[in-house]
Write a protein that binds this ligand. Structure first.
Ligand code: FES
Length: 108
């Protein structure tokens, strides 16, 4: 069993599983859940090596670097990973997110 830690909270994840459900429990914000909007971007504070390899969607992240992952895409191999939530202060990012979510909910 692996663990995700955010602040004072900890969630267990089965080895090899996607970390999305645990991150939702921990309060990470989500949008598309498809690796597109970037709303679930997290900063890995400790245990990066315990995460699975980057997914194709993560490889496409604009500001991709060693410490940023997408919580809707990443898997955990085992052990413990400590994360921090990326705060979105950039208005442009918010507009992109809202645009995407509008498309997602549109039925016509
Ligand atoms: S929720 Fe949109 S990229 Fe993860």
């Amino acid at each position: 069993m692996a663990n995700i830690i955010l602040g004072e909270k900890r969630e267990e994840v089965k080895d090899g599983d996607n970390i999305r459900a645990a991150c939702e429990e921990l309060g990470v914000p989500f949008g598309c859940k498809k690796g597109v909007c970037g709303a679930c971007k997290i900063i890995i504070e400790e245990g990066e090596d315990n995460l699975g390899p980057l997914t194709a969607k993560e490889e496409e992240m604009e500001d991709r670097d060693e410490t940023h992952r997408l919580a809707c895409q990443a898997t955990i191999k085992s052990g413990t990973v400590t994360i921090k939530v990326e705060t979105v202060d950039d208005e442009e990012d918010k507009e992109i997110d809202e645009h995407y979510l509008d498309e997602e909910t549109s039925e016509d």
